[in-house]
Design a protein around this ligand. Structure first.
Ligand code: ATP
Ligand code: MG
Length: 425
């Protein structure tokens, strides 16, 4: 026997009934995005490697060791996208979406790829829901983006969320901070090998180290907020003031950086209880230098990414009623002919209907109807057909009624609508 082929490590198949819950999450997100004026863009999964190398930063974990990069048949270096912001900016510039004044708001939903060690909450293909607002750098927009993110999470029924926030300042503040941090890092011993490398290449990256030992050593490190210039300080204070005004609880996390180099000013993360070690369900922040870095004008941006896989793990159980289903049980060839036409008619009326393609006993057909969660089963036998009638059985209570075959689809549609009003199905 030949071996069966398995999926790539760290990449999952998404199966029913789970897939339905993913659809619901996406539907809720789309609705909230629309409320805030964000429009969907769908982008390719592959980009030129250069796009990510230039934007994310050569010393980040993503670029240094997590990208799926390969050379295509033409000899071009391509990469499966590890995150969305860089490509949103690429598309924004390439399609002239940046032309004209004002804020441009986009969202995108889809898979990302990172070669990480697979574990709970960490996969090699994972999924993000991204929101991005480009063109304006005012604290009100930062607050809108945070409110939008929290609105999505709350509408999905998530509780026990914590908003962590920090300001990374602008490149000018960062020069001052990096100088202080470099001195601090040189004076301490015990950094992990990765951090020794980061210390030389890009000291800010040390703050994002996942090692507990390094995090403990960092407790006394200088803080970014002490290096903010007046403009960055005012921006940050206003963000915090507005969050307080809207009653949004937050925790200042002065060592929060982000896994990517391009962030400036406001940076945030949302953590959720119940996730274990990988507890960040979303992250985001301002990226004022990115558009210019990618060859465009000096336009600011801010956005967030929700980790959809992690979100699914903490989503409260919701009873998501399957669409009311009508099952057609038919006995004998003439009844099956009629049932097959009726199936088409019911679906044209907008009803979810099913039929046994295997032509089995009534008992087997009824048990299939149960398994599918049908609300009603229509029984078509030779005798009923001869009289131009069918038997309609409610699957939960077992009550039966006889309905004329003529006009049956419309009668069933009316019956289901009535039941829906009474919340019986
Ligand atoms: P982490 O610190 O958990 O590695 P990150 O800073 O690398 O996160 P971002 O690049 O900001 O993550 O991505 C935003 C969100 O995407 C994260 O908060 C997380 O929920 C999710 N995410 C990131 N990497 C993975 C992964 N490998 N598998 C599943 N979800 C992920
Ligand atoms: Mg990461």
């Amino acid at each position: 026997m030949t071996d069966t082929i398995r999926a790539v490590r760290g990449m999952k198949d998404l199966l029913p009934p789970e897939s339905r819950r993913w659809q619901q999450v996406e539907a809720v997100s789309r609705e909230i995005f629309a409320r805030y004026g964000y429009q969907e863009i769908r982008l390719p999964l592959l980009e030129r490697t250069e796009l990510f190398a230039r934007s994310i930063g050569a010393d980040t974990d993503i670029v240094a060791k997590e990208m799926y990069t390969f050379t295509d048949r033409h000899g071009d270096s391509l990469t499966l996208r590890p995150e969305a912001t860089a490509q949103v900016v690429r598309a924004y510039l390439e399609n002239g979406l940046h032309l004209g004044a004002g804020v441009k708001k986009f969202f995108t939903i889809g898979p990302m790829f990172r070669y990480e060690r697979p574990q709970k909450g960490r996969y090699r293909q994972f999924h993000q829901i991204n929101g991005e607002a480009l063109g304006v750098d005012v604290p009100e927009l930062d607050v809108e983006v945070i409110l939008l993110l929290l609105d999505i999470l709350k509408h999905l029924g998530l509780r026990d969320l914590e908003l962590l926030i920090n300001s990374l300042g602008c490149p000018v503040c960062q020069v001052d901070f990096k100088a202080r941090l470099t001195i601090f890092l040189a004076r301490r011993e015990g950094w992990c090998d990765d951090c020794l490398r980061r210390r030389a290449a890009n000291p800010l990256r040390v703050l994002d180290c996942k090692s507990q030992n390094c995090q403990a050593l960092l407790m006394e490190a200088p803080l970014l907020r002490d290096c903010l210039d007046d403009d960055c300080r005012r921006h940050y204070d206003r963000v915090l003031e507005l969050l307080s005004r809207f009653g949004v609880p937050y925790t200042e996390q002065p060592r929060l950086v982000r896994g990517l180099d391009y962030y400036t000013r406001t940076a945030f993360e949302v953590t959720a209880g119940g996730l274990g070690a990988q507890d960040a369900v979303a992250g985001g922040g301002r990226y004022n230098g990115l558009v210019k870095e990618l060859g465009g004008p000096d336009l600011p941006g801010i956005g967030f990414a929700i980790g959809q896989d992690r979100l699914m793990e903490i989503l409260p159980e919701q009873d998501s009623p399957a669409p009311p289903r009508i099952f057609l049980a038919a006995l004998g060839p003439p009844a099956r002919e009629t049932a097959f036409s009726l199936l088409r008619e019911l679906r044209r009326q907008g009803l979810a209907a099913e039929f046994d393609f295997q032509d089995r006993s009534l008992k087997a057909q009824l048990s299939l109807a149960n398994r599918l969660g049908a609300s009603f089963t229509v029984i078509l036998g030779d005798r009923e057909l001869a009289q131009g009638r069918v038997l309609v059985r409610r699957m939960d209570g077992g009550e039966q009624q006889t309905l004329p075959l003529d006009g049956l689809a419309a009668a069933l549609a009316a019956l289901i609508a009535r039941e829906k009003d009474e919340h019986r199905v």
